[in-house]
Design a protein around this ligand. Structure first.
Ligand code: HAM
Length: 418
């Protein structure tokens, strides 16, 4: 027995109603906010992620599925969508389009992480990216969109946490403060954080190691180190969120795991799905497009983990649409009736009626049992006599009521069934 690779999962038909609801809601709400769909390649040049996501991040250092193709090129299965979308914008000459440019995507991503509930190696994201506005109004719009999707999915008990991690002009000063703060306890930090102290001390605040968490207590807060334009941006964003009635808490510990972020960062945290509780993460990335070879163009976006959304929907008892049951089950008796039943069933499907007929040669009794099991609303038994007279008995499976109907007039049958 060959098993699926660790960290991957099959999405079985019984799970699909959740996927449909999420995808439909994502498309609907994205459209209401004026976001259009974009599809990008599953793999990209490795350098895109090294430069875009950042080569000091865990994602790039430890989690990428990287391979060399037959021509010796280094390619990587996308660990996220933002870098690919930004690349697509530059490559397709969209950076000079009318701004803002608003895009969304529903994609699978790949990260070599330790699998657990809500964390897998192949996972799915619904994400949005808004380019061409550095106004806090853009931040508020993107956050409102995420909030609307979560609430339309019937997910309650989430908390929006926001923070600002500054910009290239104020962050070096904050890095300096962090280095000074941790210097005395450097050897108590985990090996990864000792490295982070040199490359990106901000990330120490995000470490899950118990000792590092303790050492972070009392660390200087990024919000106290913002330059005045960044502080102003954050204050205005909070004002906009207040005015939109979107509840949030300021969490100075949110630093996010990807290097492209500047200023606003945010997460929606669920209290119902266990340790992997971030159902949505995002933020502003004003330097990304430039970083990967495009013009100066600000951007902000987020991505939601679809399996985490499903866990939250289930925990909240969100309603999803049940798969369609057949309106009619046709039970043919004998070869002649089988042919007639196939034609009748095809005619009904053409008229938009979901009908099934026996195709495995069951006895009449087990056909009726099967019709019941698949939830058919009506059944129709067809034998030679019914074909000769053109009339058969239609049985309502719920009430048991029976009535005689004509079987050659598809239109009349359709009216009866719908
Ligand atoms: P991220 O925080 O790395 O951000 O991922 C976004 C969301 O994807 C997470 O909050 C989580 O729900 C889900 N996710 C991440 N890794 C996994 C995993 N291994 N298994 C299951 N779900 C996972 C980004 O990817 C950014 N590109 C988001 C963004 C867009 N920022 C700006 N624009």
């Amino acid at each position: 027995m060959i098993q699926r690779p660790r960290g991957t999962f099959d999405i079985l038909p019984e799970e699909m109603p959740y996927w449909y609801k999420i995808e439909e809601t994502a498309r609907e709400v994205s459209a209401l906010y004026g976001f259009s769909e974009i599809r990008i390649p599953t793999f990209e040049a490795t350098e895109l992620f090294a430069r875009g996501v950042g080569d000091t991040t865990d994602v790039v250092q430890k989690e990428m599925y990287t391979f060399t193709d037959r021509e010796g090129r280094s390619l990587t299965l996308r660990p996220e969508g933002t870098a690919g979308v930004a690349r697509a914008l530059i490559e397709n000459g969209k950076c000079s389009d009318a701004m803002p440019l608003k895009l969304f995507y529903i994609i699978n991503c790949f990260r070599y992480e330790k699998p657990q509930a809500g964390r897998s190696r192949e996972f799915y994201q619904y994400g949005v990216e808004l380019f061409g506005s550095d106004s806090p109004a853009a931040d508020a719009t993107v956050i409102a969109l995420a909030n609307a999707v979560i609430s339309r999915l019937g997910i309650t008990g989430t908390e929006l946490q926001v923070n600002s991690i500054g910009c290239p002009s104020c962050r070096p000063e904050y890095h300096k403060k962090l280095r000074e703060f941790f210097a005395a306890n450097e050897e108590k930090l985990c090996p990864t954080c000792r490295e982070r102290l040199k490359t990106n001390p901000l990330r120490i605040l995000d470490c899950k190691n118990e000792d590092c968490i303790k050492l972070c207590e009392g660390a200087p807060k990024v919000l106290d180190s913002l330059c005045s334009p960044c502080a102003g941006h954050f204050e205005t964003l909070k004002k906009y969120l207040d005015a939109s009635g979107i509840a949030y808490t300021v969490n100075p510990k949110i630093v996010r795991g990807l290097d492209y972020y500047t200023r606003t960062v945010f997460e929606f945290i669920s209290d119902k799905i266990g340790a992997q509780s971030t159902i949505c993460g995002g933020g502003r990335y004003d330097g990304l497009i430039k970083q990967i070879g495009g013009p100066e163009l600000p951007g902000i976006g987020f991505a939601m983990g679809i399996t985490r959304l499903i866990l939250a929907m289930k925990a909240c008892g969100s309603e999803v649409e049940e798969p369609m049951a057949p309106s009619l089950y046709i039970a043919p008796l004998g070869e002649r009736a089988q042919l007639y039943a196939l034609k009748l069933s095809a005619g009904l499907k053409e008229a938009g009626i979901y009908s099934e007929c026996d195709i495995v040669g069951r006895s009449l009794k087990s056909q009726m049992k099967y019709a019941d099991k698949i939830g058919a609303k009506y059944t129709l038994i067809l034998g030679d006599a019914e074909i000769d007279t053109g009339r058969a008995i239609l049985k309502n499976m719920q009430t048991g009521e029976q009535s005689e109907v004509g079987v050659s007039d598809i239109d009349a049958l359709r009216r009866l069934l719908s």
